[in-house]
Design a protein around this ligand. Structure first.
Ligand SMILES: C[S@@+](CC[C@H](N)C(=O)[O-])C[C@H]1O[C@@H](n2cnc3c(N)ncnc32)[C@H](O)[C@@H]1O
Length: 365
């Protein structure tokens, strides 16, 4: 039964949903999404939006807590827009993220098991954070607003970053506080071009596990060539280069700053400054090659898939399940099988999840 805006309802929360980690409850089978809830909660809510097939509600009161609801650790959690899952045990966060991936597998009409690899650190894992400045005070924006919450520490940021926060004297409206490669804290304006385009994974601990996993999957075969598309500063390129001594490896990336940084680390590797779509348009992936894809949130340009269809294996790393699912459908149509899809919890306490899918060329072709 479709509820109206303003209705007060009692709901049982069954599970979380991928988009923002909102809880899902049903009002006579009609789906209602409620932020800030946990699976197993019994809650009183107020409907704030009512659409054709679902409604969105605001939590008014927790009538009975679900078994995995906990007190959030962070004093800013209630208002800050950064984390969505701090009120849920880490074990349950992983379980819910596994179910997000299972839903994607179901949408792809596949029947494979999945798993989510836990982050080595549940807090203090971020090696960089971005803050805003107003009236010389730094902080995060309040959920869905531009109101500043002054922040003394962010419990998902590395401790060394937090130690620096009290003494920051920002000169720009946006401030990035980050660990550099030698572990020192640097403060910079993220809008400035020298730092803007340099990409690095935010959680170094889980990144190491992700890189090892990509290598483990890659070395199961040998290839005519290895491509690392969207290579950034070479996070996957260097370890792949070390494993495949006799195979040509090419890293492709459109940001000149990233390519410059990658080349400076090893000038012998073929790093190409180009968009991935343009590169493969003029250099289609060789027959029986390996293509590693790690695109931004928006996923790959559709044209890429036609030009990598001769490859033997595609390892696709994604920080967005929806665009991964969209792109996986194209690969499945192009005669690739999705052999495995594993989650890596790059972003604990938030609803985000990194996934790595391994596609092999179907033997049918
Ligand atoms: C998710 S990051 C991955 C970087 C790297 N693989 C890593 O693990 O650190 C995506 C990278 O793709 C680059 N990029 C985005 N769109 C691109 C495109 N169309 N062609 C080439 N590179 C692109 C970005 O500059 C960024 O470095």
């Amino acid at each position: 039964m479709k509820p109206n805006v303003g209705d007060i309802l009692e709901l049982n929360i069954d599970r979380l949903t991928y988009n923002g980690g909102r809880g899902l409850g049903r009002h006579f089978n009609f789906v209602v999404f409620v932020p800030d809830t946990a699976p197993g909660d019994k809650v009183s809510v107020k409907i704030i939006e009512s659409k054709k097939s679902y409604a969105i509600a605001k939590l008014i009161k927790i009538l009975e807590s679900g078994p995995n609801r906990i007190e959030p650790t962070c004093e800013y959690y209630e208002h800050c827009g950064g984390c969505q899952l701090q009120h849920i045990t880490y074990g349950e966060q992983l379980k819910q993220k596994k179910s997000f991936i299972e839903k994607s597998i179901k949408n792809l009409k596949l029947n494979i098991d999945t798993n989510v690899i836990a982050s080595p650190s549940q807090f203090n894992y971020r090696n960089r954070i971005q803050l805003h400045k107003k009236n010389n005070i730094v902080g995060y924006y309040k959920k869905k607003s531009h109101e500043l919450i002054p922040i003394k520490k962010c419990i998902i940021a590395d401790q060394a970053i937090n130690n620096k926060l009290a003494s920051i004297k920002p000169t720009s409206e946006r401030v990035e506080v980050a660990l550099n490669q030698s572990g020192q804290v640097i403060i910079r304006n993220p809008k400035k071009s020298d730092s803007n385009n340099l990409f690095s994974q935010v959680n170094s601990g889980i990144n190491e596990l992700l890189v090892n996993y990509v290598l483990k999957e890659a070395i199961k075969d040998d290839y005519t060539q290895v491509y690392d598309a969207y290579c950034g500063q070479g996070n996957f390129t260097f370890p792949l280069y070390n494993k495949f001594e006799n195979t040509k490896i090419t890293g492709v990336e459109y940001s000149s700053k990233n390519i410059e940084s990658a080349r400076s680390k090893n000038p012998n590797i073929d790093f190409v400054e180009s968009s991935v779509e343009k590169y493969f348009k003029f250099n289609p992936a060789k027959k029986n090659s390996l293509v590693v894809l790690d695109p931004p949130r928006a996923g790959c340009d559709k044209s890429v898939f036609n030009n990598i269809s001769s490859s033997k294996k595609i390892i696709y790393i994604s920080c967005d399940l929806s665009t991964f699912e969209r792109d996986a459908k194209i690969l499945l149509k192009n005669n690739f099988n999705l052999e495995s899809l594993v989650g890596f919890d790059m972003f604990p306490q938030t609803s985000h999840i990194e996934v790595c899918g391994v596609f092999n060329k179907s033997n049918l072709k």
